[in-house]
Write a protein that binds this ligand. Structure first.
Ligand SMILES: [Zn+2]
Length: 163
């Protein structure tokens, strides 16, 4: 089922990918070095386990600016993810510059392979159960995760240049 989905995504990418476009979806991967309870705006206090967190979002304007903001440690909390990022280390952004709202599709694909999810996190504006996933081990060492991001022609190696 998942393999077939990936093939569909590959076709879409070839058709719709526009190089250099500053809009699309992004994934932020980060590591939480110890278990902690964090107050997340309207969701209240959440117990986060030690491990890797993968957040999926999109920005139809200024994608690079949005991702830069997520990587900043000091900012005014606006989105759910803003409460978590100050505690994360080893943060890595992944950019998917396909100018179509794919974040929920990407989120669903990741939900299948993740070790857990944080209920209702980042998904107030859609029907997804969450946009934040938990991985016990580094997702960049997980072939299923790499297959998903590769299927979107995501850039993560050359991220410095883009930002
Ligand atoms: Zn969604």
């Amino acid at each position: 089922m998942r393999d077939r989905d990936i093939n569909v995504f590959k076709k879409d990418c070839a058709k719709q990918s526009i190089k250099g476009s500053d809009k699309g979806s992004y994934i932020i991967v980060g590591f939480l070095a110890r278990c902690m309870s964090i107050e997340v705006g309207s969701l209240g206090s959440i117990n986060f386990q030690k491990g890797y967190y993968v957040y999926v979002g999109s920005a139809m304007n200024s994608l690079s600016k949005r991702v830069k903001r997520h990587l900043a440690k000091v900012k005014k909390a606006h989105w759910h993810i803003d409460y978590l990022t100050p505690h994360l280390t080893k943060m890595k952004p992944i950019l998917i510059t396909i100018p179509e709202k794919l974040e929920c599709r990407i989120s669903r694909a990741i939900s299948v392979i993740a070790d857990g999810k944080v209920a209702n996190f980042g998904s107030s504006d859609c029907r997804c159960a969450s946009h934040l996933y938990f991985f016990e081990t580094d997702p960049f060492q997980n072939t299923n995760f790499l297959e998903i991001i590769d299927s979107y022609n995501a850039s993560y190696g050359k991220i410095e240049g883009f930002l």
